[in-house]
Design a protein around this ligand. Structure first.
Ligand code: SAM
Length: 241
């Protein structure tokens, strides 16, 4: 089982992943566990304060070293050794499928979702192993990024996806291509028929058609992905056709 602990001031937001879709199914099948830790419960004062004004002035509040540090240490003690502590941050390494696959090798992960202007820098230096961003934009909290990471990881747990689905065929998976287009009933939609090859039952022809589509749309939409890999003979031929 892949074990995730999330430190958040809004645990109810993160817990939604345990109830729906692929992530919910992974939890139900004991392939994934998601527990939440709220730093407010570790605050010592009667107002359960977790933030304070920034030294040097300026707008916004900063999450204090304590009680967040106390929460991190308690959560870490409950997780298997080898679990990395990851702070979700717009300044971190930008998440991609390669990083998801790397993180999936561990027994679990401890995610720290920030709020306000972020977290006291000394806490990051002392308690955090890595920072991960979900893209070059700023959100108001790390909960949605944590949920993004949990979802991407859940898909990679063996048995998490249904029979017909396979993470290995998705975009950015082992072949490094975008996925091919998908069609379902009805056969014609506003005058657009399903590509005839998909109706013929010739599995080899379908495989080749899908590969050609995947190559074509990767070349059109994300040429940077193709630039990162060698084309094999079949792929070169299909692209040239
Ligand atoms: N002042 C910070 C900065 O500019 O780098 C942004 C703080 S943001 C308003 C509050 C929290 O949201 C952050 O502590 C982080 O946990 C989370 N966050 C915001 N954008 C994110 C992103 N793109 N990826 C991951 N986490 C993000």
């Amino acid at each position: 089982m892949f074990r995730v602990a999330v430190i958040s001031l809004f645990p109810e937001l993160v817990e939604a992943v345990t109830r729906v879709g692929v992530t919910g199914r992974a939890v139900e099948r004991s392939l994934l566990s998601v527990e939440t830790w709220n730093p407010r419960e570790f605050a010592q004062d009667r107002h359960r304060t977790v933030d304070d004004r920034a030294y040097g002035g300026g707008p916004g509040m900063v999450m204090r070293v304590e009680p967040l540090g106390e929460t991190i240490r308690s959560a870490r003690a409950s997780l298997p050794s080898g679990t990395r502590t990851i702070y979700l941050s717009p300044q971190g390494r930008v998440l991609d499928q390669a990083l998801v696959e790397e993180l999936a090798q561990a027994p679990g992960m401890l995610l720290v979702a920030g709020r306000y202007e972020g977290v006291d820098e000394r806490l990051l230096e002392n308690e955090v192993d890595m920072e991960v961003s979900i893209g070059d934009y700023v959100l108001s909290g790390g909960e949605l990024p944590a949920m993004v990471l949990i979802d991407a990881l859940a898909r990679l747990q063996p048995g998490a996806l249904g029979h017909a689905e396979s993470a290995s065929q998705d975009s950015f998976s082992a072949d490094g291509l975008l996925d091919h287009p998908h069609y379902t009933r009805p056969e014609t939609v506003v005058g657009k028929p399903v590509p005839p090859v998909l109706l013929g039952g010739d599995h080899e022809a379908i495989r080749q058609w899908r590969l050609k589509q995947a190559l074509g749309r990767t070349w059109q939409r994300r040429p940077d992905l193709l630039a990162r890999r060698e084309l094999n003979e079949e792929e070169r031929r299909l692209l040239d056709e």
